[in-house]
Write a protein that binds this ligand. Structure first.
Ligand code: ADE
Length: 343
């Protein structure tokens, strides 16, 4: 086996999210991409205008909770514009030299996609600024008084980037995404149902409509989760020689610990911890993370967006609190102070 260090840039097919989403399910045309209509329209105008001018689309940043299709949009832009895309991520770029090598190896017109861009460190970000603004790479050679800067001309490129934590992207970096900063929204249940129907068709599954509905009800308004549930329900149906219907979906998801509104065991543990250990809150993120033995970032990125969207918890300046719905969901009676708030 080769002992070569893995490349910092991953070409198309090997990219990590693709393993979860399944390359076969990724939309390849605008017409196949369901939902996020406003973003789609803005992107189509941006790309068409750039093409008509004979130039490149400007740099674009996508943000929002995981699984909503940020990477998928980047792939779509690459496919629809016929431009090659190099894929990397914030944590994969460890040194200034890594970024310099990625940038100098781009061909004119390429797209560079940086996932988790909030994890780029400051000194690397500073190399990115002139690259984004004027297509130059400033490299410092030597140290101390004899250090000098040389400037390299880069091939013209478009940077697409994604983050789940836009507040952690510094404002100088954010402001350089001159093509736009787009926030992806949760999908509606109807949109998820359409996505699951499309996926079932691609996977060649025989369903009766009730399976798609049940999956979309529990999928946290998130396509990646919906496609994951569809595949697990397919496995369950196959192994137990059952039809892929609402009941089979229910049994498959029960086995995964997913409840009727799509909460995972870790979501429910979070609600129960706020209720039992912190009297319903408010509790600060750090304290909550310690009580759950979880990373703060995991709670913020994976659990909270959906719990807030569902109105089960509230985020206030003093911390996280359980709402009356949150209490009810875990089978507890709603405390007096929250009942009064409801009146
Ligand atoms: N798969 C993941 N996201 C999708 C979307 N928005 N439309 C269709 N299929 C998808």
């Amino acid at each position: 086996m080769s002992s070569k260090k893995p490349s910092k840039v991953i070409e198309g097919q090997e990219e990590t999210e693709a393993l979860v989403l399944g390359e076969e399910l990724r939309p390849a045309r605008w017409e196949e991409y369901i939902g996020q209509e406003i973003i789609k329209e803005n992107l189509q105008i941006l790309l068409r205008a750039a093409k008509e001018r004979g130039g490149l689309p400007e740099h674009i940043l996508f943000y929002g909770p995981p699984g909503l299709g940020k990477t998928t949009l980047a792939h779509l832009i690459s496919k629809e514009t016929g431009r090659a895309m190099k894929i990397t991520s914030g944590p994969a770029i460890e040194k200034v030299g890594d970024l310099a090598s990625i940038l100098t190896n781009l061909a004119a017109g390429d797209i560079l996609f940086i996932d988790e861009i909030h994890r780029l460190n400051k000194s690397i970000e500073e190399v990115l600024y002139p690259a984004m603004e004027s297509g130059t790479l400033d490299i410092i050679i030597g140290k101390g008084p004899s250090a000098r800067t040389i400037q390299l001309e880069l091939p013209p490129f478009t940077l697409l980037a994604a983050t789940t934590r836009v507040a952690s992207v510094s404002s100088p970096l954010r402001s350089r995404f001159s093509g736009g900063v787009f926030r992806l929204e949760f999908y509606s249940e109807e949109e998820i149902e359409k996505i699951v129907k499309r996926s079932a068709k691609i996977l060649g599954l025989k369903t009766d409509g009730s399976a798609e509905r049940e999956i979309s009800k529990r999928s946290r308004f998130t396509p990646r989760t919906a496609n994951y549930f569809l595949k697990r329900a397919r496995d369950f149906a196959q192994v137990h020689k059952q039809d892929l219907d609402q009941e089979t979906v229910g049994r498959a998801l029960k086995l995964l610990g997913i409840d009727e509104v799509g909460l995972s065991p870790s979501d429910r543990r979070l609600l129960e911890t706020i209720a039992h250990k912190f009297s319903g809150g408010p509790v600060g993120l750090g304290t909550l993370a310690a009580a759950l033995s979880e990373e703060e970032a995991t709670i913020e990125e994976f659990n909270e967006p959906y719990l807030i969207q569902m109105g089960l918890i509230e985020r206030t300046p003093r911390g996280r609190s359980l709402t009356s719905h949150g209490y009810k969901h875990i089978g507890l009676s709603v405390p007096k102070n929250l009942q009064e708030k409801l009146l």
